[in-house]
Design a protein around this ligand. Structure first.
Ligand code: ADP
Ligand code: MG
Length: 188
Protein backbone atom coordinates (compact mmCIF):
# COMPACT_ATOMS: atom_id res chain seq x y z
CA UNK A 1 0.00 0.00 0.00
CA UNK A 2 1.74 3.21 -1.06
CA UNK A 3 1.85 6.11 1.31
CA UNK A 4 -0.89 8.63 0.62
CA UNK A 5 -1.52 12.20 1.71
CA UNK A 6 -4.81 12.46 3.51
CA UNK A 7 -6.79 15.39 4.89
CA UNK A 8 -9.12 14.90 7.83
CA UNK A 9 -11.52 17.54 9.08
CA UNK A 10 -12.47 17.74 12.75
CA UNK A 11 -15.14 19.68 14.56
CA UNK A 12 -16.77 19.93 17.96
CA UNK A 13 -19.49 22.12 19.44
CA UNK A 14 -19.62 21.17 23.07
CA UNK A 15 -18.50 23.33 25.99
CA UNK A 16 -15.01 21.94 26.12
CA UNK A 17 -14.67 21.77 22.36
CA UNK A 18 -11.08 22.97 22.47
CA UNK A 19 -10.18 20.00 24.56
CA UNK A 20 -12.02 17.58 22.25
CA UNK A 21 -10.30 18.96 19.18
CA UNK A 22 -6.95 18.84 20.86
CA UNK A 23 -7.44 15.24 21.94
CA UNK A 24 -8.57 14.25 18.48
CA UNK A 25 -5.49 15.82 16.90
CA UNK A 26 -3.29 14.09 19.46
CA UNK A 27 -4.88 10.70 18.82
CA UNK A 28 -4.57 11.11 15.04
CA UNK A 29 -0.92 12.06 15.46
CA UNK A 30 -0.30 8.74 17.21
CA UNK A 31 -1.73 6.42 14.53
CA UNK A 32 0.46 3.56 13.38
CA UNK A 33 2.01 3.73 9.88
CA UNK A 34 1.12 7.41 9.84
CA UNK A 35 2.76 10.79 10.23
CA UNK A 36 0.94 14.01 10.90
CA UNK A 37 2.50 16.56 8.57
CA UNK A 38 0.19 19.49 9.11
CA UNK A 39 -2.36 20.99 11.48
CA UNK A 40 -4.43 24.01 10.52
CA UNK A 41 -5.30 26.84 12.84
CA UNK A 42 -8.51 26.46 14.77
CA UNK A 43 -11.61 28.23 13.51
CA UNK A 44 -14.80 29.20 15.27
CA UNK A 45 -17.71 28.53 12.98
CA UNK A 46 -21.35 29.39 13.08
CA UNK A 47 -23.64 26.36 13.04
CA UNK A 48 -25.41 25.90 9.70
CA UNK A 49 -29.04 27.00 10.15
CA UNK A 50 -30.67 24.00 8.40
CA UNK A 51 -29.28 21.30 10.65
CA UNK A 52 -27.33 22.70 13.52
CA UNK A 53 -26.67 19.98 16.06
CA UNK A 54 -26.69 21.73 19.41
CA UNK A 55 -26.70 25.43 20.16
CA UNK A 56 -23.08 26.54 20.21
CA UNK A 57 -20.53 27.59 17.70
CA UNK A 58 -18.24 24.90 16.42
CA UNK A 59 -14.51 24.69 16.59
CA UNK A 60 -13.14 23.28 13.32
CA UNK A 61 -9.82 22.44 11.79
CA UNK A 62 -8.06 20.13 9.37
CA UNK A 63 -5.02 17.87 9.71
CA UNK A 64 -2.80 16.43 7.01
CA UNK A 65 -1.54 12.88 7.43
CA UNK A 66 0.81 10.73 5.43
CA UNK A 67 -0.34 7.20 5.93
CA UNK A 68 -0.14 3.59 4.83
CA UNK A 69 -3.57 2.89 6.30
CA UNK A 70 -6.30 2.10 3.80
CA UNK A 71 -9.25 4.47 3.51
CA UNK A 72 -11.44 1.93 5.25
CA UNK A 73 -9.02 1.48 8.16
CA UNK A 74 -8.78 5.21 8.46
CA UNK A 75 -12.56 5.52 8.62
CA UNK A 76 -12.62 2.82 11.32
CA UNK A 77 -9.98 4.75 13.24
CA UNK A 78 -11.99 7.95 12.93
CA UNK A 79 -15.02 6.17 14.31
CA UNK A 80 -12.94 4.80 17.19
CA UNK A 81 -11.63 8.25 18.00
CA UNK A 82 -15.15 9.71 17.86
CA UNK A 83 -16.35 6.92 20.12
CA UNK A 84 -13.48 7.20 22.57
CA UNK A 85 -14.19 10.91 22.88
CA UNK A 86 -17.82 10.21 23.58
CA UNK A 87 -19.86 10.66 20.43
CA UNK A 88 -23.07 8.72 20.74
CA UNK A 89 -23.46 6.63 17.57
CA UNK A 90 -27.24 6.34 18.12
CA UNK A 91 -27.73 10.11 18.15
CA UNK A 92 -25.47 11.31 15.38
CA UNK A 93 -27.37 14.57 15.04
CA UNK A 94 -27.15 15.43 18.73
CA UNK A 95 -24.56 17.80 20.16
CA UNK A 96 -21.22 16.77 18.79
CA UNK A 97 -18.41 15.98 21.09
CA UNK A 98 -16.38 15.35 17.98
CA UNK A 99 -16.89 14.81 14.27
CA UNK A 100 -14.13 13.46 12.04
CA UNK A 101 -14.43 13.43 8.28
CA UNK A 102 -12.04 12.03 5.71
CA UNK A 103 -11.97 14.93 3.28
CA UNK A 104 -9.46 13.72 0.72
CA UNK A 105 -7.39 10.58 0.36
CA UNK A 106 -4.68 11.30 -2.20
CA UNK A 107 -6.47 11.70 -5.51
CA UNK A 108 -8.69 8.73 -4.92
CA UNK A 109 -12.38 8.71 -5.66
CA UNK A 110 -14.24 6.28 -3.43
CA UNK A 111 -17.95 5.61 -3.45
CA UNK A 112 -18.78 2.73 -1.16
CA UNK A 113 -21.48 2.19 1.42
CA UNK A 114 -20.49 4.36 4.37
CA UNK A 115 -17.44 5.87 2.71
CA UNK A 116 -17.47 8.62 0.12
CA UNK A 117 -14.22 10.38 -0.77
CA UNK A 118 -13.76 13.23 -1.50
CA UNK A 119 -16.19 14.03 1.28
CA UNK A 120 -19.44 14.87 -0.53
CA UNK A 121 -19.96 18.20 1.24
CA UNK A 122 -16.40 19.41 1.46
CA UNK A 123 -16.75 21.90 -1.41
CA UNK A 124 -19.92 23.39 0.13
CA UNK A 125 -18.61 24.13 3.59
CA UNK A 126 -16.67 27.22 4.52
CA UNK A 127 -15.65 25.64 7.83
CA UNK A 128 -13.86 22.90 5.88
CA UNK A 129 -12.42 24.95 3.03
CA UNK A 130 -10.93 27.72 5.18
CA UNK A 131 -8.69 25.43 7.24
CA UNK A 132 -8.00 23.20 4.24
CA UNK A 133 -6.91 26.21 2.20
CA UNK A 134 -4.46 27.08 4.93
CA UNK A 135 -2.71 23.73 4.50
CA UNK A 136 -3.20 23.12 0.79
CA UNK A 137 -4.54 26.04 -1.27
CA UNK A 138 -3.32 24.55 -4.55
CA UNK A 139 -4.63 21.06 -3.96
CA UNK A 140 -7.00 19.96 -6.67
CA UNK A 141 -10.37 18.36 -5.93
CA UNK A 142 -10.16 15.17 -7.97
CA UNK A 143 -13.79 15.25 -9.11
CA UNK A 144 -14.49 18.96 -9.46
CA UNK A 145 -11.03 19.61 -10.93
CA UNK A 146 -10.72 22.87 -9.02
CA UNK A 147 -8.14 23.95 -6.50
CA UNK A 148 -9.14 24.40 -2.87
CA UNK A 149 -8.69 28.17 -3.09
CA UNK A 150 -10.92 28.28 -6.15
CA UNK A 151 -13.60 26.32 -4.33
CA UNK A 152 -13.30 28.77 -1.46
CA UNK A 153 -13.59 31.77 -3.77
CA UNK A 154 -16.75 30.47 -5.42
CA UNK A 155 -18.42 29.40 -2.19
CA UNK A 156 -21.98 30.47 -1.51
CA UNK A 157 -21.88 29.35 2.14
CA UNK A 158 -21.96 32.69 3.98
CA UNK A 159 -21.87 31.31 7.51
CA UNK A 160 -19.28 32.97 9.69
CA UNK A 161 -15.91 31.29 10.05
CA UNK A 162 -13.27 33.16 12.03
CA UNK A 163 -9.87 32.32 13.43
CA UNK A 164 -10.02 31.36 17.07
CA UNK A 165 -8.33 34.14 19.01
CA UNK A 166 -6.11 33.44 20.77
CA UNK A 167 -4.98 30.18 19.24
CA UNK A 168 -3.92 27.56 21.78
CA UNK A 169 -0.25 28.32 22.23
CA UNK A 170 1.44 24.96 22.04
CA UNK A 171 -0.39 23.03 19.35
CA UNK A 172 2.81 21.88 17.75
CA UNK A 173 4.58 21.18 20.98
CA UNK A 174 3.87 18.84 23.84
CA UNK A 175 0.26 18.05 24.57
CA UNK A 176 -2.16 18.71 26.15
CA UNK A 177 -1.93 22.22 24.79
CA UNK A 178 -5.00 23.92 26.22
CA UNK A 179 -3.69 27.00 27.90
CA UNK A 180 -5.84 28.13 30.85
CA UNK A 181 -6.35 31.50 29.13
CA UNK A 182 -7.66 29.92 25.95
CA UNK A 183 -9.94 27.59 27.86
CA UNK A 184 -11.39 30.39 29.98
CA UNK A 185 -12.04 32.49 26.92
CA UNK A 186 -13.42 29.49 25.06
CA UNK A 187 -16.16 28.83 27.58
CA UNK A 188 -16.96 32.50 28.22
P1 ADP B 1 -21.31 14.91 8.44
O1 ADP B 1 -19.92 14.68 8.92
O2 ADP B 1 -21.39 14.95 6.95
O3 ADP B 1 -21.95 16.11 9.03
P2 ADP B 1 -21.94 12.53 9.89
O4 ADP B 1 -20.60 12.62 10.53
O5 ADP B 1 -23.09 12.41 10.81
O6 ADP B 1 -22.20 13.71 8.89
O7 ADP B 1 -21.99 11.34 8.88
C1 ADP B 1 -21.37 10.20 9.25
C2 ADP B 1 -21.57 9.13 8.21
O8 ADP B 1 -20.94 9.49 7.00
C3 ADP B 1 -20.93 7.87 8.68
O9 ADP B 1 -21.90 6.89 8.73
C4 ADP B 1 -19.86 7.55 7.66
O10 ADP B 1 -19.85 6.19 7.33
C5 ADP B 1 -20.30 8.35 6.48
N1 ADP B 1 -19.22 8.80 5.64
C6 ADP B 1 -19.22 8.72 4.29
N2 ADP B 1 -18.11 9.22 3.78
C7 ADP B 1 -17.36 9.66 4.83
C8 ADP B 1 -16.09 10.28 4.92
N3 ADP B 1 -15.37 10.57 3.83
N4 ADP B 1 -15.62 10.59 6.14
C9 ADP B 1 -16.35 10.32 7.25
N5 ADP B 1 -17.57 9.72 7.25
C10 ADP B 1 -18.07 9.39 6.03
MG1 MG C 1 -18.75 13.16 9.90
Amino acid sequence: MPREIVYIGFGSNLDNRLDFCDRAVTLLSLLPHTQMTGVSSLYETEPLPEHSPGPGWFLNGVVRLETDLTPRSLLDVCREVEKSLGRDPDHRDGPRTLDLDILLYGTRVINEPGLIVPHPRLHLRRFVLEPLAELAPDLRHPLLNKMVRELLAQLTDRSAVRLLDPQPSSRYGSRPSCSPAATARDSA
